[in-house]
Design a protein around this ligand. Structure first.
Ligand SMILES: Cc1cc2nc3c(=O)[nH]c(=O)nc-3n(C[C@H](O)[C@H](O)[C@H](O)COP(=O)(O)O)c2cc1C
Length: 221
């Protein structure tokens, strides 16, 4: 796949089919993703791939805790507020999803059902958990993790797979540690839901937006 088409064509997938992803394909993607750049070639990332029974156990626990209103305790703190214009962009994205699902913002029960679907990883048959060592300078380790995560998503997209990078998969890291034997020494950064996209679901088809280049590109000279 041509690079620009992959960059522009990758999108977050929020409904997956039940079709399993062959393990060899996942290995191939992670093997290629190792070539992402990192600070001083430190390559701080490690991956844990969940499928089958451990994934089902995690999905069930994640849904239960989110539905039960258990406070999140992620290894990487989640932002509580965004400044303008980030706040407006975030709000627009949330409204788009509610509208597509025909959910009234005031309908708390319907919103909770949507959050439960999210906690259930949108039905993805695979979750890649990305972690970095706990004892390294967190800012650049997270920078590097971001680079490898996007690389994974592009490589998956080029193979006809879909991904959703998910903070919602790492709200309760202790559960992930338990079901996937991830050591305490690793800081869990994000999850990548991986699978085959359901092409008919509106959540996988809506037109996404980006800030205009003139808003974010500043030339000096
Ligand atoms: C760090 C990070 C965390 C994210 N967490 C979630 C999540 O928990 N649930 C979700 O549905 N999407 C999540 N997303 C996906 C973003 O909402 C998405 O990337 C953004 O709206 C842009 O849309 P696109 O990926 O389709 O281009 C996350 C993305 C990033 C980079």
């Amino acid at each position: 796949m041509e690079l620009e088409a992959a960059v522009k064509g990758r999108r977050s997938i929020r409904k997956f089919t039940e079709r399993k992803v062959p393990g060899l394909l996942i290995d191939e993607i992670l093997d290629a993703a190792r070539w992402a750049p990192s600070w001083g070639n430190t390559q701080p990332w490690e991956f844990t791939v969940l499928t089958g029974a451990p994934l089902a156990a995690f999905r069930e626990a994640n849904e239960r805790m989110l539905s039960g209103g258990l406070a999140a305790s992620p290894d990487v703190p989640m932002p509580e507020a965004w400044p303008s214009p980030l706040k407006e962009r975030y709000g627009r994205m949330g409204r788009t999803i509610l509208e597509l699902m025909g959910i009234d913002r005031a309908d708390r029960e319907a919103r909770n059902r949507l959050y439960a679907r999210m906690a259930g990883l949108y039905g993805a048959p695979c979750l890649i958990v990305v972690a970095v060592p706990r004892d390294v300078a967190v800012e650049y380790a997270l920078f590097d993790a971001g680079l490898v995560v996007q690389t994974i998503c592009l490589l998956a997209h080029a193979r006809g797979l879909g991904t959703c990078i998910m903070a919602a998969a790492v709200r309760y890291p202790d559960v992930l540690r338990k079901v996937a034997s991830i050591p305490e020494e690793r800081r869990i950064v994000a999850g990548i839901a991986l699978g085959y996209p359901d092409p008919d679901c509106p959540l996988n088809r809506f037109e996404r937006t980006r800030a205009d280049a003139r808003e974010i590109v500043h030339w000096a000279g």
